[in-house]
Design a protein around this ligand. Structure first.
Ligand SMILES: CC(=O)N[C@H]1[C@@H](OP(=O)(O)O)O[C@H](CO)[C@@H](O)[C@@H]1O
Ligand SMILES: [Mg+2]
Length: 526
Protein backbone atom coordinates (compact mmCIF):
# COMPACT_ATOMS: atom_id res chain seq x y z
CA UNK A 1 0.00 0.00 0.00
CA UNK A 2 1.64 3.22 -1.11
CA UNK A 3 -0.49 5.55 1.02
CA UNK A 4 -0.56 5.57 4.78
CA UNK A 5 -3.98 7.23 5.07
CA UNK A 6 -7.04 7.81 2.89
CA UNK A 7 -6.91 11.10 0.98
CA UNK A 8 -10.20 12.10 2.55
CA UNK A 9 -12.32 11.09 5.51
CA UNK A 10 -14.55 8.10 4.78
CA UNK A 11 -17.56 6.89 6.76
CA UNK A 12 -19.07 3.43 7.03
CA UNK A 13 -22.72 4.42 6.52
CA UNK A 14 -26.02 2.81 5.49
CA UNK A 15 -24.37 1.49 2.34
CA UNK A 16 -20.95 0.66 3.84
CA UNK A 17 -18.04 2.69 2.49
CA UNK A 18 -18.78 4.40 -0.78
CA UNK A 19 -16.68 6.97 -2.63
CA UNK A 20 -14.63 7.65 -5.73
CA UNK A 21 -12.75 4.40 -6.35
CA UNK A 22 -9.40 6.20 -6.41
CA UNK A 23 -9.68 6.86 -2.66
CA UNK A 24 -10.53 3.30 -1.77
CA UNK A 25 -7.54 0.91 -2.02
CA UNK A 26 -6.34 1.73 1.47
CA UNK A 27 -9.91 1.61 2.73
CA UNK A 28 -10.34 -1.91 1.29
CA UNK A 29 -7.06 -2.95 2.91
CA UNK A 30 -8.43 -1.89 6.26
CA UNK A 31 -11.79 -3.50 5.56
CA UNK A 32 -9.78 -6.70 5.14
CA UNK A 33 -8.13 -6.21 8.53
CA UNK A 34 -11.50 -5.68 10.15
CA UNK A 35 -13.18 -8.59 8.33
CA UNK A 36 -10.54 -10.99 9.67
CA UNK A 37 -11.05 -9.62 13.18
CA UNK A 38 -14.83 -9.87 12.84
CA UNK A 39 -14.57 -13.51 11.77
CA UNK A 40 -12.25 -14.31 14.68
CA UNK A 41 -14.56 -12.49 17.08
CA UNK A 42 -17.42 -14.68 15.82
CA UNK A 43 -15.52 -17.88 16.50
CA UNK A 44 -14.17 -18.39 13.00
CA UNK A 45 -17.50 -18.10 11.18
CA UNK A 46 -17.25 -16.89 7.60
CA UNK A 47 -17.91 -13.20 7.02
CA UNK A 48 -18.35 -11.55 3.62
CA UNK A 49 -17.04 -8.45 1.90
CA UNK A 50 -18.89 -7.10 -1.14
CA UNK A 51 -17.09 -4.59 -3.34
CA UNK A 52 -19.70 -2.45 -5.07
CA UNK A 53 -21.15 1.04 -5.28
CA UNK A 54 -24.60 -0.12 -6.39
CA UNK A 55 -26.38 2.60 -8.41
CA UNK A 56 -23.55 5.17 -8.12
CA UNK A 57 -21.64 6.35 -11.20
CA UNK A 58 -18.99 4.07 -12.75
CA UNK A 59 -16.05 5.93 -11.19
CA UNK A 60 -17.30 5.15 -7.67
CA UNK A 61 -16.90 1.99 -5.70
CA UNK A 62 -17.43 0.81 -2.16
CA UNK A 63 -17.40 -2.03 0.33
CA UNK A 64 -19.90 -3.64 2.63
CA UNK A 65 -19.29 -6.29 5.27
CA UNK A 66 -21.68 -9.22 5.57
CA UNK A 67 -22.29 -11.00 8.88
CA UNK A 68 -22.52 -14.83 9.13
CA UNK A 69 -26.25 -15.25 8.58
CA UNK A 70 -26.08 -12.97 5.56
CA UNK A 71 -27.15 -9.87 7.49
CA UNK A 72 -25.49 -6.52 7.19
CA UNK A 73 -22.59 -5.81 9.54
CA UNK A 74 -23.76 -5.36 13.12
CA UNK A 75 -24.35 -1.65 13.62
CA UNK A 76 -22.11 -1.49 16.68
CA UNK A 77 -19.11 -2.28 14.47
CA UNK A 78 -19.71 0.48 11.93
CA UNK A 79 -17.80 2.96 14.09
CA UNK A 80 -14.81 0.58 14.33
CA UNK A 81 -14.80 0.30 10.53
CA UNK A 82 -14.81 4.08 10.17
CA UNK A 83 -12.13 4.63 12.76
CA UNK A 84 -9.79 1.99 11.37
CA UNK A 85 -10.25 3.12 7.77
CA UNK A 86 -9.31 6.69 8.66
CA UNK A 87 -6.08 5.88 10.50
CA UNK A 88 -3.52 8.50 9.55
CA UNK A 89 -0.54 6.15 9.42
CA UNK A 90 0.29 2.46 9.33
CA UNK A 91 1.47 2.74 12.92
CA UNK A 92 -1.85 4.22 13.99
CA UNK A 93 -3.72 1.55 12.01
CA UNK A 94 -1.81 -1.24 13.76
CA UNK A 95 -2.29 0.34 17.15
CA UNK A 96 -6.04 0.66 16.60
CA UNK A 97 -6.27 -2.89 15.35
CA UNK A 98 -4.37 -4.22 18.36
CA UNK A 99 -6.67 -2.25 20.63
CA UNK A 100 -9.70 -3.85 18.98
CA UNK A 101 -8.18 -7.34 19.38
CA UNK A 102 -7.68 -6.63 23.08
CA UNK A 103 -11.08 -4.99 23.55
CA UNK A 104 -12.85 -8.03 22.11
CA UNK A 105 -10.49 -10.55 23.71
CA UNK A 106 -9.68 -12.09 20.33
CA UNK A 107 -6.52 -14.10 19.70
CA UNK A 108 -4.52 -13.15 16.59
CA UNK A 109 -3.90 -16.77 15.66
CA UNK A 110 -7.50 -18.03 15.91
CA UNK A 111 -9.48 -19.03 12.80
CA UNK A 112 -10.59 -16.30 10.39
CA UNK A 113 -12.56 -16.94 7.20
CA UNK A 114 -13.59 -14.30 4.72
CA UNK A 115 -15.33 -14.64 1.35
CA UNK A 116 -15.49 -11.70 -1.01
CA UNK A 117 -16.92 -10.72 -4.38
CA UNK A 118 -17.19 -7.64 -6.57
CA UNK A 119 -19.53 -6.17 -9.16
CA UNK A 120 -18.46 -5.36 -12.75
CA UNK A 121 -16.80 -1.98 -12.09
CA UNK A 122 -13.39 -1.37 -13.65
CA UNK A 123 -11.86 -0.56 -10.26
CA UNK A 124 -12.99 -3.88 -8.80
CA UNK A 125 -9.80 -5.91 -9.39
CA UNK A 126 -7.52 -3.28 -7.78
CA UNK A 127 -9.72 -3.17 -4.72
CA UNK A 128 -9.85 -6.96 -4.59
CA UNK A 129 -6.04 -6.97 -4.55
CA UNK A 130 -5.95 -4.54 -1.64
CA UNK A 131 -8.48 -6.59 0.30
CA UNK A 132 -6.71 -9.88 -0.47
CA UNK A 133 -3.34 -8.57 0.67
CA UNK A 134 -4.81 -7.52 4.02
CA UNK A 135 -6.41 -10.93 4.49
CA UNK A 136 -3.10 -12.56 3.70
CA UNK A 137 -1.29 -10.36 6.20
CA UNK A 138 -3.79 -11.54 8.84
CA UNK A 139 -3.41 -15.23 7.92
CA UNK A 140 -7.13 -15.36 7.21
CA UNK A 141 -8.59 -18.09 5.06
CA UNK A 142 -9.76 -16.05 2.05
CA UNK A 143 -12.11 -17.09 -0.76
CA UNK A 144 -12.45 -15.00 -3.89
CA UNK A 145 -15.99 -15.59 -5.18
CA UNK A 146 -15.35 -13.49 -8.30
CA UNK A 147 -18.05 -11.32 -9.83
CA UNK A 148 -21.43 -11.65 -8.10
CA UNK A 149 -24.53 -9.65 -7.30
CA UNK A 150 -24.61 -8.34 -3.74
CA UNK A 151 -27.46 -10.69 -2.74
CA UNK A 152 -25.59 -13.69 -4.16
CA UNK A 153 -22.69 -12.97 -1.82
CA UNK A 154 -25.13 -12.69 1.10
CA UNK A 155 -26.61 -16.04 0.05
CA UNK A 156 -23.17 -17.67 -0.04
CA UNK A 157 -22.19 -16.36 3.38
CA UNK A 158 -25.37 -17.71 4.95
CA UNK A 159 -25.20 -21.01 3.07
CA UNK A 160 -21.57 -21.59 4.12
CA UNK A 161 -22.26 -20.85 7.77
CA UNK A 162 -25.50 -22.81 8.06
CA UNK A 163 -23.98 -25.93 6.54
CA UNK A 164 -23.05 -27.07 10.04
CA UNK A 165 -24.68 -24.62 12.42
CA UNK A 166 -26.63 -26.07 15.31
CA UNK A 167 -30.15 -24.65 15.45
CA UNK A 168 -30.07 -23.48 11.84
CA UNK A 169 -31.32 -25.37 8.86
CA UNK A 170 -28.90 -25.37 5.93
CA UNK A 171 -29.76 -22.36 3.75
CA UNK A 172 -28.71 -24.01 0.49
CA UNK A 173 -25.78 -25.41 -1.41
CA UNK A 174 -22.99 -22.87 -0.83
CA UNK A 175 -22.12 -22.25 -4.47
CA UNK A 176 -23.33 -19.86 -7.14
CA UNK A 177 -24.99 -22.81 -8.89
CA UNK A 178 -26.67 -23.70 -5.62
CA UNK A 179 -28.22 -20.22 -5.62
CA UNK A 180 -29.67 -20.60 -9.12
CA UNK A 181 -30.94 -24.10 -8.40
CA UNK A 182 -32.66 -23.02 -5.21
CA UNK A 183 -34.51 -20.22 -7.02
CA UNK A 184 -35.39 -22.29 -10.08
CA UNK A 185 -36.53 -25.31 -8.07
CA UNK A 186 -38.90 -23.27 -5.95
CA UNK A 187 -40.28 -21.38 -8.97
CA UNK A 188 -40.91 -24.64 -10.79
CA UNK A 189 -42.48 -26.12 -7.69
CA UNK A 190 -44.99 -23.27 -7.49
CA UNK A 191 -45.83 -23.73 -11.16
CA UNK A 192 -46.83 -27.33 -10.45
CA UNK A 193 -48.96 -26.29 -7.47
CA UNK A 194 -50.88 -23.29 -8.76
CA UNK A 195 -53.60 -24.30 -11.20
CA UNK A 196 -53.25 -23.12 -14.82
CA UNK A 197 -50.08 -21.12 -14.28
CA UNK A 198 -48.84 -19.88 -17.64
CA UNK A 199 -45.31 -18.98 -18.74
CA UNK A 200 -44.52 -15.28 -18.38
CA UNK A 201 -42.16 -12.87 -20.08
CA UNK A 202 -40.37 -9.74 -18.93
CA UNK A 203 -37.81 -7.33 -20.30
CA UNK A 204 -35.14 -6.55 -17.72
CA UNK A 205 -32.95 -3.45 -17.84
CA UNK A 206 -29.83 -4.65 -16.02
CA UNK A 207 -28.18 -1.20 -15.76
CA UNK A 208 -25.24 -2.63 -17.78
CA UNK A 209 -24.22 -4.37 -14.58
CA UNK A 210 -23.71 -7.74 -12.98
CA UNK A 211 -27.42 -8.60 -12.98
CA UNK A 212 -27.24 -9.22 -16.74
CA UNK A 213 -24.61 -11.94 -16.35
CA UNK A 214 -26.47 -13.67 -13.57
CA UNK A 215 -29.92 -13.54 -15.12
CA UNK A 216 -28.49 -15.28 -18.18
CA UNK A 217 -27.16 -18.06 -15.97
CA UNK A 218 -30.47 -18.52 -14.20
CA UNK A 219 -32.74 -18.39 -17.27
CA UNK A 220 -32.20 -21.92 -18.70
CA UNK A 221 -32.94 -23.51 -15.32
CA UNK A 222 -36.46 -22.08 -15.41
CA UNK A 223 -37.21 -24.34 -18.38
CA UNK A 224 -39.37 -21.93 -20.36
CA UNK A 225 -41.54 -20.79 -17.44
CA UNK A 226 -40.02 -17.31 -17.65
CA UNK A 227 -38.72 -15.66 -20.77
CA UNK A 228 -36.22 -12.89 -20.03
CA UNK A 229 -35.25 -10.28 -22.58
CA UNK A 230 -32.22 -8.38 -21.35
CA UNK A 231 -31.79 -4.68 -22.09
CA UNK A 232 -28.71 -2.72 -21.00
CA UNK A 233 -26.70 -5.88 -20.47
CA UNK A 234 -23.39 -4.49 -21.73
CA UNK A 235 -20.91 -5.34 -19.00
CA UNK A 236 -17.91 -5.00 -21.33
CA UNK A 237 -18.22 -1.20 -21.20
CA UNK A 238 -17.98 -0.41 -17.48
CA UNK A 239 -18.47 3.28 -18.24
CA UNK A 240 -22.06 2.44 -19.27
CA UNK A 241 -22.97 1.18 -15.78
CA UNK A 242 -26.14 2.91 -14.49
CA UNK A 243 -25.85 5.43 -17.33
CA UNK A 244 -29.42 6.53 -18.22
CA UNK A 245 -30.67 3.18 -17.01
CA UNK A 246 -31.18 1.04 -13.94
CA UNK A 247 -33.66 1.04 -11.06
CA UNK A 248 -32.51 4.34 -9.57
CA UNK A 249 -32.73 6.17 -12.91
CA UNK A 250 -36.22 4.83 -13.59
CA UNK A 251 -37.54 5.54 -10.09
CA UNK A 252 -36.02 9.02 -9.89
CA UNK A 253 -36.98 10.15 -13.39
CA UNK A 254 -40.24 8.18 -13.59
CA UNK A 255 -39.53 7.24 -17.17
CA UNK A 256 -38.21 4.45 -19.36
CA UNK A 257 -34.48 3.74 -19.34
CA UNK A 258 -32.38 4.07 -22.50
CA UNK A 259 -32.60 1.22 -25.04
CA UNK A 260 -36.02 -0.01 -24.03
CA UNK A 261 -38.77 0.05 -26.64
CA UNK A 262 -42.12 0.02 -24.90
CA UNK A 263 -44.70 -2.52 -26.01
CA UNK A 264 -48.03 -1.55 -24.38
CA UNK A 265 -49.14 -3.66 -21.41
CA UNK A 266 -45.94 -5.72 -21.31
CA UNK A 267 -44.01 -5.99 -18.07
CA UNK A 268 -40.57 -4.36 -17.70
CA UNK A 269 -38.17 -4.33 -14.79
CA UNK A 270 -34.98 -2.44 -13.91
CA UNK A 271 -32.20 -3.64 -11.62
CA UNK A 272 -29.56 -1.43 -10.05
CA UNK A 273 -25.80 -1.87 -10.52
CA UNK A 274 -25.38 -4.66 -7.96
CA UNK A 275 -28.84 -6.20 -8.47
CA UNK A 276 -30.20 -5.76 -4.97
CA UNK A 277 -32.97 -3.38 -6.06
CA UNK A 278 -35.74 -3.78 -8.60
CA UNK A 279 -38.63 -1.68 -9.88
CA UNK A 280 -41.18 -2.73 -12.51
CA UNK A 281 -43.18 -0.69 -15.01
CA UNK A 282 -45.32 -0.82 -18.13
CA UNK A 283 -46.76 1.60 -20.63
CA UNK A 284 -50.44 1.80 -21.51
CA UNK A 285 -51.88 2.04 -25.02
CA UNK A 286 -51.74 5.82 -24.98
CA UNK A 287 -48.01 5.63 -24.28
CA UNK A 288 -48.29 6.64 -20.64
CA UNK A 289 -45.55 5.31 -18.36
CA UNK A 290 -46.64 3.52 -15.14
CA UNK A 291 -44.11 2.76 -12.43
CA UNK A 292 -44.62 -0.29 -10.22
CA UNK A 293 -42.19 0.60 -7.46
CA UNK A 294 -41.26 -0.91 -4.11
CA UNK A 295 -44.63 0.07 -2.62
CA UNK A 296 -46.48 -1.72 -5.42
CA UNK A 297 -44.22 -4.77 -5.02
CA UNK A 298 -44.81 -4.82 -1.25
CA UNK A 299 -48.58 -4.59 -1.64
CA UNK A 300 -48.63 -7.27 -4.36
CA UNK A 301 -46.66 -9.61 -2.13
CA UNK A 302 -48.66 -8.81 1.01
CA UNK A 303 -51.97 -9.42 -0.75
CA UNK A 304 -50.79 -12.80 -2.05
CA UNK A 305 -49.57 -13.83 1.39
CA UNK A 306 -52.85 -12.77 3.01
CA UNK A 307 -54.76 -14.84 0.47
CA UNK A 308 -52.58 -17.95 0.75
CA UNK A 309 -52.44 -17.84 4.55
CA UNK A 310 -56.21 -17.52 4.66
CA UNK A 311 -56.63 -20.44 2.19
CA UNK A 312 -54.21 -22.54 4.19
CA UNK A 313 -56.36 -22.40 7.30
CA UNK A 314 -53.33 -21.49 9.42
CA UNK A 315 -52.76 -18.44 11.55
CA UNK A 316 -49.73 -16.36 10.66
CA UNK A 317 -49.23 -12.72 11.58
CA UNK A 318 -48.38 -10.90 8.39
CA UNK A 319 -47.11 -7.34 8.50
CA UNK A 320 -45.57 -4.76 6.21
CA UNK A 321 -42.68 -2.43 7.04
CA UNK A 322 -42.38 0.89 5.24
CA UNK A 323 -40.51 4.16 5.52
CA UNK A 324 -41.82 7.71 5.39
CA UNK A 325 -41.24 7.64 1.62
CA UNK A 326 -43.93 5.00 1.08
CA UNK A 327 -46.85 6.45 -0.81
CA UNK A 328 -49.71 7.19 1.58
CA UNK A 329 -52.13 5.34 -0.71
CA UNK A 330 -50.11 2.13 -0.33
CA UNK A 331 -50.23 2.40 3.47
CA UNK A 332 -53.98 2.93 3.37
CA UNK A 333 -54.44 -0.05 1.04
CA UNK A 334 -52.46 -2.32 3.38
CA UNK A 335 -54.26 -1.17 6.52
CA UNK A 336 -57.80 -0.87 5.21
CA UNK A 337 -58.03 -3.35 2.31
CA UNK A 338 -55.60 -6.05 3.37
CA UNK A 339 -56.29 -5.31 7.05
CA UNK A 340 -52.78 -6.04 8.25
CA UNK A 341 -50.46 -3.80 10.27
CA UNK A 342 -47.90 -1.40 8.84
CA UNK A 343 -44.82 -0.51 10.87
CA UNK A 344 -42.68 2.52 10.01
CA UNK A 345 -38.92 2.67 10.50
CA UNK A 346 -36.23 5.18 9.58
CA UNK A 347 -34.77 4.98 6.05
CA UNK A 348 -32.17 2.29 5.36
CA UNK A 349 -32.90 -1.39 4.83
CA UNK A 350 -31.23 -2.56 8.02
CA UNK A 351 -33.98 -0.83 10.00
CA UNK A 352 -36.74 -2.31 7.87
CA UNK A 353 -35.17 -5.77 7.97
CA UNK A 354 -35.10 -5.90 11.76
CA UNK A 355 -38.70 -4.75 12.05
CA UNK A 356 -39.90 -7.26 9.43
CA UNK A 357 -38.19 -10.11 11.27
CA UNK A 358 -40.65 -9.62 14.15
CA UNK A 359 -43.62 -10.82 12.05
CA UNK A 360 -44.50 -14.39 11.11
CA UNK A 361 -44.27 -13.19 7.52
CA UNK A 362 -42.74 -9.69 7.28
CA UNK A 363 -42.85 -7.82 4.01
CA UNK A 364 -40.49 -4.86 3.71
CA UNK A 365 -39.70 -2.63 0.78
CA UNK A 366 -38.38 0.86 0.41
CA UNK A 367 -40.30 2.77 -2.26
CA UNK A 368 -37.15 2.69 -4.40
CA UNK A 369 -37.40 -1.11 -4.75
CA UNK A 370 -35.04 -2.43 -2.10
CA UNK A 371 -36.63 -5.11 0.04
CA UNK A 372 -37.71 -8.68 0.58
CA UNK A 373 -40.13 -10.86 2.54
CA UNK A 374 -38.93 -12.58 5.72
CA UNK A 375 -40.35 -15.81 7.07
CA UNK A 376 -39.97 -16.39 10.77
CA UNK A 377 -38.46 -19.80 11.57
CA UNK A 378 -41.44 -20.79 13.71
CA UNK A 379 -43.82 -19.92 10.85
CA UNK A 380 -41.93 -22.19 8.47
CA UNK A 381 -41.73 -24.95 11.10
CA UNK A 382 -45.43 -24.81 11.79
CA UNK A 383 -46.31 -24.83 8.07
CA UNK A 384 -44.15 -27.91 7.69
CA UNK A 385 -45.73 -29.82 10.54
CA UNK A 386 -49.37 -28.74 10.47
CA UNK A 387 -52.10 -31.37 10.15
CA UNK A 388 -53.30 -30.80 6.65
CA UNK A 389 -57.02 -30.61 5.97
CA UNK A 390 -58.32 -30.28 2.43
CA UNK A 391 -56.24 -30.51 -0.78
CA UNK A 392 -56.78 -26.76 -1.25
CA UNK A 393 -55.26 -26.12 2.18
CA UNK A 394 -52.28 -28.31 1.38
CA UNK A 395 -51.79 -26.48 -1.89
CA UNK A 396 -51.60 -23.10 -0.16
CA UNK A 397 -49.22 -24.40 2.49
CA UNK A 398 -46.94 -25.82 -0.21
CA UNK A 399 -47.06 -22.55 -2.14
CA UNK A 400 -46.12 -20.61 1.00
CA UNK A 401 -43.22 -22.95 1.72
CA UNK A 402 -41.96 -22.74 -1.86
CA UNK A 403 -42.18 -18.94 -1.67
CA UNK A 404 -40.03 -19.01 1.46
CA UNK A 405 -37.34 -20.70 -0.63
CA UNK A 406 -37.81 -18.47 -3.65
CA UNK A 407 -37.43 -15.26 -1.68
CA UNK A 408 -33.94 -14.31 -0.47
CA UNK A 409 -34.05 -14.32 3.33
CA UNK A 410 -30.80 -12.42 3.82
CA UNK A 411 -31.30 -9.16 1.97
CA UNK A 412 -33.27 -7.53 -0.88
CA UNK A 413 -32.46 -9.33 -4.12
CA UNK A 414 -33.51 -8.03 -7.54
CA UNK A 415 -33.47 -11.47 -9.18
CA UNK A 416 -35.36 -13.22 -6.41
CA UNK A 417 -37.81 -10.31 -5.96
CA UNK A 418 -38.50 -10.26 -9.69
CA UNK A 419 -39.23 -14.00 -9.67
CA UNK A 420 -41.60 -13.41 -6.74
CA UNK A 421 -43.44 -10.71 -8.72
CA UNK A 422 -43.61 -12.92 -11.81
CA UNK A 423 -44.87 -15.94 -9.95
CA UNK A 424 -47.60 -13.90 -8.23
CA UNK A 425 -48.70 -12.38 -11.53
CA UNK A 426 -48.66 -15.88 -13.06
CA UNK A 427 -50.66 -17.41 -10.17
CA UNK A 428 -53.27 -14.69 -10.59
CA UNK A 429 -53.02 -14.47 -14.35
CA UNK A 430 -52.74 -10.70 -13.96
CA UNK A 431 -51.50 -8.09 -16.43
CA UNK A 432 -49.28 -5.28 -15.14
CA UNK A 433 -52.30 -2.96 -15.38
CA UNK A 434 -54.36 -5.24 -13.14
CA UNK A 435 -51.55 -5.22 -10.60
CA UNK A 436 -51.34 -1.44 -10.85
CA UNK A 437 -55.08 -0.98 -10.34
CA UNK A 438 -55.05 -2.26 -6.71
CA UNK A 439 -54.74 1.34 -5.56
CA UNK A 440 -54.01 4.73 -7.13
CA UNK A 441 -50.94 6.51 -5.84
CA UNK A 442 -51.11 9.97 -4.41
CA UNK A 443 -49.12 12.46 -6.44
CA UNK A 444 -45.67 12.95 -4.93
CA UNK A 445 -42.40 14.74 -5.27
CA UNK A 446 -38.91 14.07 -3.92
CA UNK A 447 -36.47 16.98 -3.82
CA UNK A 448 -33.10 17.64 -2.30
CA UNK A 449 -31.66 20.81 -0.91
CA UNK A 450 -28.17 21.88 0.13
CA UNK A 451 -27.96 23.31 3.62
CA UNK A 452 -25.01 24.58 5.58
CA UNK A 453 -25.20 21.84 8.17
CA UNK A 454 -27.52 18.94 7.64
CA UNK A 455 -26.93 17.60 11.14
CA UNK A 456 -29.16 20.47 12.36
CA UNK A 457 -32.08 18.46 10.98
CA UNK A 458 -33.09 15.88 13.54
CA UNK A 459 -36.30 13.87 13.41
CA UNK A 460 -38.67 11.69 15.37
CA UNK A 461 -41.56 9.33 14.57
CA UNK A 462 -39.62 7.30 11.97
CA UNK A 463 -38.28 10.50 10.42
CA UNK A 464 -41.76 11.82 9.70
CA UNK A 465 -41.46 14.85 11.98
CA UNK A 466 -38.65 17.32 12.61
CA UNK A 467 -37.44 17.91 16.15
CA UNK A 468 -34.90 20.55 15.11
CA UNK A 469 -34.73 23.22 13.78
CA UNK A 470 -37.66 23.52 16.13
CA UNK A 471 -39.45 26.39 14.36
CA UNK A 472 -39.82 24.35 11.15
CA UNK A 473 -42.24 21.53 11.98
CA UNK A 474 -45.13 23.86 12.97
CA UNK A 475 -44.74 25.53 9.57
CA UNK A 476 -44.91 22.16 7.82
CA UNK A 477 -48.00 21.25 9.89
CA UNK A 478 -49.63 24.50 8.83
CA UNK A 479 -48.81 23.78 5.20
CA UNK A 480 -50.32 20.30 5.31
CA UNK A 481 -53.59 21.75 6.60
CA UNK A 482 -53.96 23.72 3.40
CA UNK A 483 -53.99 20.72 1.03
CA UNK A 484 -56.28 17.68 1.21
CA UNK A 485 -54.61 14.29 1.76
CA UNK A 486 -51.23 15.93 1.90
CA UNK A 487 -48.08 14.95 3.72
CA UNK A 488 -44.63 16.45 3.73
CA UNK A 489 -41.46 15.86 5.69
CA UNK A 490 -37.83 16.91 5.72
CA UNK A 491 -34.89 14.76 6.77
CA UNK A 492 -31.13 14.73 6.41
CA UNK A 493 -29.89 12.16 3.92
CA UNK A 494 -27.69 9.44 5.34
CA UNK A 495 -25.78 9.00 2.08
CA UNK A 496 -25.43 12.50 0.60
CA UNK A 497 -24.67 15.92 2.04
CA UNK A 498 -28.22 17.20 1.50
CA UNK A 499 -31.60 17.29 3.17
CA UNK A 500 -34.44 15.56 1.33
CA UNK A 501 -37.92 16.99 0.98
CA UNK A 502 -40.86 14.70 0.29
CA UNK A 503 -44.34 15.92 -0.49
CA UNK A 504 -47.50 14.14 -1.52
CA UNK A 505 -51.04 15.30 -2.16
CA UNK A 506 -54.20 14.59 -4.10
CA UNK A 507 -52.95 16.34 -7.26
CA UNK A 508 -49.52 16.74 -8.89
CA UNK A 509 -49.93 20.51 -8.74
CA UNK A 510 -50.50 20.41 -5.00
CA UNK A 511 -47.55 18.06 -4.42
CA UNK A 512 -45.36 20.42 -6.44
CA UNK A 513 -46.59 23.53 -4.63
CA UNK A 514 -45.93 21.98 -1.24
CA UNK A 515 -42.43 20.95 -2.29
CA UNK A 516 -41.71 24.47 -3.55
CA UNK A 517 -42.91 26.07 -0.34
CA UNK A 518 -40.74 23.74 1.75
CA UNK A 519 -37.68 24.54 -0.39
CA UNK A 520 -38.42 28.21 0.20
CA UNK A 521 -38.60 27.60 3.97
CA UNK A 522 -35.25 25.82 3.81
CA UNK A 523 -33.48 28.82 2.26
CA UNK A 524 -32.96 30.14 5.75
CA UNK A 525 -30.62 27.21 6.46
CA UNK A 526 -28.62 27.34 3.21
C1 LIG B 1 -35.14 8.48 -0.35
C2 LIG B 1 -34.22 7.39 -0.68
O1 LIG B 1 -34.42 6.71 -1.70
N1 LIG B 1 -33.20 7.17 0.17
C3 LIG B 1 -32.20 6.12 -0.05
C4 LIG B 1 -30.82 6.63 0.31
O2 LIG B 1 -30.82 7.02 1.67
P1 LIG B 1 -30.72 8.53 2.17
O3 LIG B 1 -30.46 8.42 3.63
O4 LIG B 1 -32.05 9.13 1.85
O5 LIG B 1 -29.64 9.20 1.37
O6 LIG B 1 -29.86 5.59 0.14
C5 LIG B 1 -30.07 4.46 0.99
C6 LIG B 1 -28.92 3.48 0.77
O7 LIG B 1 -28.86 3.02 -0.53
C7 LIG B 1 -31.44 3.84 0.68
O8 LIG B 1 -31.66 2.77 1.57
C8 LIG B 1 -32.53 4.92 0.83
O9 LIG B 1 -33.77 4.40 0.45
MG1 LIG C 1 -27.84 -1.72 -4.83
Amino acid sequence: MSLEAPEKHVTYGTAGFRDKAKYLPIVLYRVGLLAALRSRFLGGKTVGVMITASHNPPADNGAKLVDPLGEMLDQSWEAHATELANSQSTAEQNKLLDALYSKFGVKHDSDAKVIYARDTRESGPILVDALASALKSQNAHATNAGVLTTPQLHYLVRAINTLHMPGHESYGVPTEDGYYKKLATSYKKISTLAPNMKPVSVTVDCANGVGALKLQQLAPLLEGLVEFTIANGDVDHPEALNENCGADFVKTNQRLPANVQPVPDKLYASFDGDADRVVCYYTSNNGEFHLLDGDKIATLAASLFCEQVSNSGTKVDIGVVQTAYANGASTKYIEYELKIPVVFTPTGVKHLHHAAAKFGIGVYFEANGHGTVLFDKSTVDSLKTIDIGSPAQKQSIDILLALSDLINQTVGDAISDLLMVLVILAIRNWTPAQWDSCYSELANRLLKCNVRDRTMFTTTDAERRLVTPKELQPKLDQLMKQYPQSRTFVRASGTEDVVRVYSEAASPEAAKEIGDVVLELLKEYA
